[in-house]
Design a protein. Structure first.
Lengths: 419, 226
């Protein structure tokens, strides 16, 4: 085997330029493959994170819904007639959308070992009064420290300190768009009117920027106690419970379980954000397809060069066979040629690819929509390097196999006599 | 290795080419080659002498009849086994030197020895160097195979044929491409191989002077031994 490797290397050196061209082909495709996949996946992670990091795996809430049974139905039920009723006098109750028995649900969830974190939320519709106009807004009452820990709240807080929001009452973090509209600076006090007409003064302690302009024009955050006080409700009054699980894959099943167990609505992240996974999948498929096409092109390059080399080396093949090398030795020699080109190309490609990834990673990328991003994202996942090298070796092996088999079947007599 | 066994034995070997029409080029050829015998095969162009040689070399397996090398029947043997027989028992010298131009002279000589794998690389190298010196081209050993003259190349090819101490050396017009001075050198080497090394030699040639000086001449005509 050592002898065959020596022969292969000697043949390669004799055709150094062609071999380098072939290896550069592989190198180029591996480099592009690695860079492309790293970049695509970095982007996927970034875009998904934009939504998924902040989205609970399961959200429990109580939606406003019409009364299931109207009194008139009860009246006719006894007669057994199937009739159509168009009198629908009972309207939805006004105490919705609070979650009933929220404290008990929360403690039950906290004791569930599949659950990573439980955080309460109280969402209130408000009007911000600036001068003579009112602006619509939504104040999310949250457990600030839990939001920071589990929902990367800090990343989206472009100015201010979350502990200010957590520790002092009557403070608010305004959406960036809303704050610009109101020209509210940090430390300013804004006036808020609730749906029931109660008014309160809240101090601005920070700005929040999610990357979605419409969202940032409406959404604000405050301590949950502040919002309960604002709405004049007791400390157990919640509208949502956000649950983060250890395994995101459990979410759909657990949402169903919570619905029947607690008698509330529950929505899982997969249902709520189906479009994001589809997007990621499509981007992944595209980058794999491009990468594999590049590798196949490189494979054809190797195939061509080996074929040419075999025609030029017919004499050498004949003489090797005449002096006692058998067909499989000859095949091994040419396969080795191909695989050496593959290995050199793959290693070079990884080096260049990682270099390109570093370049992309350090390219400035500033956009108002993504406050925490300063450069293009790259996913330096080892699995892409492994896939790239595996594919490179596989392609070069296949590309080498056919010419090598042809070489192994060459009849030395024809070559020697044909001279 | 009993000395009674003929180095090579051919029993009623026939061969036909089928393209475009069937032509029988060898008609029940039988011959034998003793150990240490220097035999030449002569005949007119197209009489089948080269075809016979390639059958004897085990490279051409498309024939009828029996071929025994060192008492071992080769018919129906696998390609790998035949390659092994060639490697171990047969040395070749062609009309055109057929050296591997990518390798040095020394490495060319060493290749069949390394393939046989019976000796270490250092031993094979030592043996190759000895052979090259014996053939008076020791100083060319490290040159590339295409930097030396035609006569020298043929001597390198002979050294390569000898590296595994084969039973038989086969030559296909080994002097056909050489001037008379170099032909003379090659002939002398062959003679020395036969007498000193006790190898059998089987050489196809159309050089009558060359043939006359061998131990035995097998003359062929129209696919038969005359």
């Amino acid at each position: 085997m050592q002898l065959l490797i020596d022969i292969a290397i000697t043949l390669l050196r004799a055709k150094l330029r062609q071999s380098i061209v072939a290896a550069v082909g592989v190198m180029f495709s591996i480099a592009m493959f690695v860079t492309l996949l790293g970049f695509m996946n970095g982007l996927n992670t970034l875009l998904d994170g934009l939504i998924l990091n902040r989205t609970p795996h399961v959200r429990l809430y109580n939606e406003l819904h019409p009364s299931v049974k109207q009194p008139i139905e009860k009246a006719f039920q006894r007669t057994g007639d199937s009739t159509h009723h168009f009198i629908r006098s009972i309207k939805p109750k006004d105490d919705l959308p609070r979650l009933r028995n929220a404290t008990a649900i929360m403690s039950a969830l906290e004791n569930d070992e599949r659950v990573l974190a439980v955080s309460p939320r109280l969402v209130a519709q408000v009007l911000f009064n600036i001068g003579t106009t009112d602006l619509n807004g939504i104040v999310n009452g949250v457990d600030v420290m839990k939001e920071v820990q589990y929902y990367t709240f800090n990343d989206y807080l472009v100015q201010g300190d979350p502990s200010d929001l957590a520790t002092s009452n009557n403070t608010i973090v305004l959406g960036k768009g809303l704050a610009e509209l109101m020209e509210a600076k940090i430390g300013d006090v804004v006036q808020v009117t609730t749906a029931t007409g109660d008014r309160a003064m809240l101090r601005v302690v920070g700005y929040f920027q999610s990357g979605m302009a419409d969202y940032d024009k409406v959404q604000c955050f405050a301590n949950i106690k502040t919002v309960q006080k604002l709405l004049v409700r007791p400390g157990s009054y919640l509208t949502d419970i956000n649950v983060k699980l250890h395994d995101i894959a459990d979410a759909p099943a657990m949402a169903k379980e919570f619905t029947s167990r607690f008698g509330v609505q529950a929505v899982d992240i997969q249902t709520a954000n189906a479009q994001f996974e589809t997007g990621s999948d499509v981007r992944n498929i595209i980058s794999y397809a491009v990468g594999i096409v590049l590798l196949i092109v490189a494979g054809f390059g190797i195939y061509n060069i080996l074929n040419m080399m075999i025609y030029e080396k017919l004499d050498a093949i004949a003489i090797l066979k005449a002096t006692g090398f058998n067909g499989s030795d000859v095949r091994t020699i040419f396969l080795l040629l191909s695989i050496i080109i593959g290995i050199v190309g793959a290693v070079g490609g990884l080096v260049v690819g990682i270099g390109l990834q570093l370049v992309v990673d350090n390219t400035p990328f500033v956009t108002a929509a993504l406050p925490t991003i300063t450069t293009f994202p790259i996913d330096y996942s080892i699995s892409y390097y492994v896939i790239a090298v595996t594919f490179a070796l596989l392609t070069t092996w296949v590309a080498g196999w056919f010419p090598a088999s042809k070489a192994s079947q060459i009849d030395p007599v024809e070559i020697i006599r044909g001279k | 290795m009993s000395s009674e066994v003929n180095a090579l034995e051919v029993v009623k070997v026939s061969k036909s080419f089928h393209d475009p029409v069937t032509v029988k080029v060898l008609k029940e050829v039988s011959l034998e080659l003793k150990r240490g015998e220097f035999v030449s095969i002569t005949g007119k162009s197209g009489c089948g002498k080269s075809t016979l040689l390639y059958i004897l070399s085990t490279m051409d397996t498309d024939y009828e009849g029996e071929l025994l090398i060192d008492g071992e029947a080769t018919r129906g043997k696998s390609g790998s086994r035949l390659a092994r027989i060639r490697n171990e028992k047969i040395g070749f010298v062609f009309q055109f030197h057929y050296l591997l131009t990518e390798f040095s002279v020394l490495h060319n000589v060493m290749l069949p020895g390394l393939k046989l794998g019976r000796k270490s690389k250092a031993e094979v190298e030592h043996r190759a160097m000895e052979l090259l010196k014996e053939l008076d081209i020791g100083e060319q050993a490290l040159k590339s195979a295409n930097q030396i003259s035609g006569g020298q190349k043929q001597r390198v090819a002979i050294a390569r044929a000898l590296i595994n101490d084969p039973l038989i050396i086969m030559g296909d017009e080994p002097t056909g491409n050489l001037d008379s001075k170099n032909s003379e050198i090659v002939f002398e080497i062959f003679q020395r191989i036969a007498s000193e090394h006790k190898r059998s030699l089987l050489v196809v040639t159309h050089d009558d002077d060359f043939a006359k000086r061998t131990d035995r001449i097998i003359e062929m005509d129209d696919g038969r031994v005359v």
